[in-house]
Design a protein around this ligand. Structure first.
Ligand SMILES: [Zn+2]
Length: 282
């Protein structure tokens, strides 16, 4: 924490700090919107989560936090992929554009959003899509263990769950649980770290400490990394799977691999099949 921030924390009451933070955030948004208005020809990038055009995206601080993120996994991928306003990554922008295409489905659906992400929540709010949020550790409406939610069968039309399965003890149990609480014909939208060098899954029960996980899986709380055929885990439990692939989306959202080399930016759309007959919802 810098000296100014430290002094401000000591001298300013909490409510004033909140007002100042709100002011700074909104000043930044106005500044970016104004720039886009004045120099539209220079704005080659677009963030559909916050709806703002940019001259460039920015880099995260992953390489500066080597105890949390393995810097080697960030060496050979593009780093300036983060939206400077809503912090959306390529995968969030891909999901936002997919959601634009399926807005009517989402607007009428009962949605459960595991580990809600700020940039997508922003898109939802802007587009009149509502959801119930869930998380075991972070702030959310429901405190749920994704491996055993305690929710009734067939409870939700749509479940969104990005980059959660690499953290849980038993991801197969969690996927089965998602399938159970989705209504027949419902949609499971999910993504996870996918390493192009891995075919299906890299997991090792002997990798237990934070240091070992950091070295092997790229982050100190990742228990595994998935491979390019990881959609197999969804089809095995009864989902019909469609890939939401970054390469099918426009360059202006910068749907490239990154920031880590296991961020392949492929999302999966798992449709719960009822019995043997397919219930398509699109
Ligand atoms: Zn944004």
């Amino acid at each position: 924490m810098g000296l100014n921030q430290k002094t401000m924390k000591q001298k300013c009451p909490k409510c004033l700090r909140k007002v100042l933070s709100w002011g700074r955030k909104h000043f930044k948004i106005v500044r970016y919107k104004l720039r886009a208005l004045l120099h539209p020809q220079k704005m080659q990038f677009y963030c559909p989560c916050c709806g703002i055009r940019f001259r460039e995206f920015v880099a995260g601080d992953y390489k500066e936090r080597p105890k949390r993120f393995n810097p080697e996994r960030y060496e050979h991928t593009r780093q300036d992929v983060l939206c400077p306003v809503c912090r959306a990554l390529p995968r969030h922008r891909i999901l936002a554009l997919w959601s634009e295409e399926h807005k009517q489905l989402l607007k009428s659906a009962k949605i459960l959003y595991f580990a809600p992400e700020y940039s997508m929540m922003k898109w939802m709010k802007k587009n009149g899509v509502t959801c119930t949020t869930a998380d075991l550790f972070s702030k959310a409406e429901l405190k749920l263990d994704i491996q055993a939610t305690g929710l009734p069968d067939d409870s939700y039309d749509v479940i969104i769950c990005n980059h959660v399965m690499e953290h849980v003890d038993d991801f197969r149990k969690a996927l089965r649980e998602m399938h159970r609480i989705l209504r027949p014909g419902g949609s499971f939208i999910c993504s996870f770290p996918m390493d192009p060098k891995v075919e299906l899954l890299d997991e090792d029960e002997n990798v237990l400490t934070e240091e070992e996980m950091l070295k092997r899986f790229g982050q100190n709380d990742h228990k595994r990394v998935f491979g390019m055929k990881a959609d197999q885990f969804l089809t095995e439990i009864g989902f019909e799977v469609e890939r939401i692939d970054g390469k099918d989306y426009p360059d202006e959202i910068l749907p490239v691999v990154g920031p880590a080399d296991y961020d392949m930016n492929v999302l999966f759309w798992g449709k719960k099949v009822q019995g043997n007959s397919l219930q398509k919802i699109s």
